[in-house]
Design a protein around this ligand. Sequence first.
Ligand code: TPP
Ligand code: MG
Length: 217
Amino acid sequence: GVMVTTGIVGSSMPIANGLAWAAQMDGSSRVVVAFFGDGASNIGAFHESLNLASLWKLPVIFVCPNNGYGEHTAYDVATSVDKISTRAISYGMPGFTVDGNDPDDMYAHMAVAIERARAGDGPTLLECKTFRFLGHVLGDDDFYIPKEVKEAAIANDPLPALRARLIAEGHASEELLAAMQADLEAEIADAEAFGMASPLPSVDELRRDVFAEEIAA
Ligand SMILES: Cc1ncc(C[n+]2csc(CCOP(=O)(O)OP(=O)(O)O)c2C)c(N)n1
Ligand SMILES: [Mg+2]
């Protein structure tokens, strides 16, 4: 169900609207989830997309992992609101700030948003607070992130915490999780090998899936 990824900041939202509109026209129960960063929420496409999605009650969920930085720019110096979720008010849709590092909080909010989308009530905006452990690009020494802030975030890494919790609550054993991890790593390695061994796509593919009817080059 992963329809598209793109390197253009803010471009996931209009695309998600198109896919959600298609789902609505088909009368299917599909729900579309658009991911984008805190920086992307300052791009025009964010505002246009939320407006249209709300107006047309599209089955889409706008999920913004707010990691506090857009490239090398801290949230506070680039964004006019304390919480991105409040921007939902302008477009007449529910908006929530969620602990993006807490699986239970994420599950609960996504469940409500999916139910709302499927019921034909329209979109939801979820701002999911998180952090990033590395700089924006390779070779970026992230000098612009206060050292203690980063250290505190790493100490609160949600993945080891979830792993420990799954074991403590008896949902999984250490052996099961290790086996799952090994399987997934092997699958990723296979996919990478397949990609590297595959021929480059032909130029003819450039226009494929762009228009309903193929337009001759
Ligand atoms: C339209 C556009 N402008 C600028 C860039 C360069 N750029 C790449 S990532 C980025 C910052 C994105 O920040 P955010 O939305 O917070 O996403 P994050 O990297 O934190 O997930 C920028 C400005 C781009 N890819 N596309
Ligand atoms: Mg960001």
